[in-house]
Design a protein. Structure first.
Length: 121
């Protein structure tokens, strides 16, 4: 599974893990029905992978991905945006059709390029 995480997104995910799960915890990423494209991203910090999760290592970050989400997330780029009013992860997914009109914060659609990209997992 090929996942690229932008450096600011890496830092945000590490903070989430540190404050919500502690050492050894991971970041669970799921595609589920919903959103304007028909799919939504859902993420959480978990102590351990759930049964059926694939564990993908990205440097020191453990990503937990349910088996059904693996082919849908292959090639995804995870970015990060921060403004005065919101902080969010942004997903650029080549496997999803462009239907929301831009970079997606929760609904799964293809989007534009995210800068500051680090090596793929």
């Amino acid at each position: 599974m090929n996942v690229t995480i932008a450096i600011p997104a890496e830092n945000f995910i590490r903070r989430m893990i540190r404050f919500n799960g502690g050492a050894g915890s991971g970041f669970r990423l799921v595609l589920k029905p919903g959103g304007c494209s028909g799919m939504d991203y859902d993420f959480s910090v978990e102590k351990e992978p759930l049964p059926g999760d694939t564990v993908v290592m990205h440097d020191d970050i453990r990503l937990f991905v349910p088996e059904a989400s693996v082919p849908l997330l292959d090639g995804v780029i995870i970015g990060f945006e921060e403004s005065m009013t919101q902080t969010r992860l942004v997903f650029v997914n080549p496997n999803m059709p462009q239907s929301c009109g831009g970079v997606c914060g929760s609904s799964a659609a293809a989007a534009n390029v995210v800068s500051l990209v680090r090596k793929p997992v």
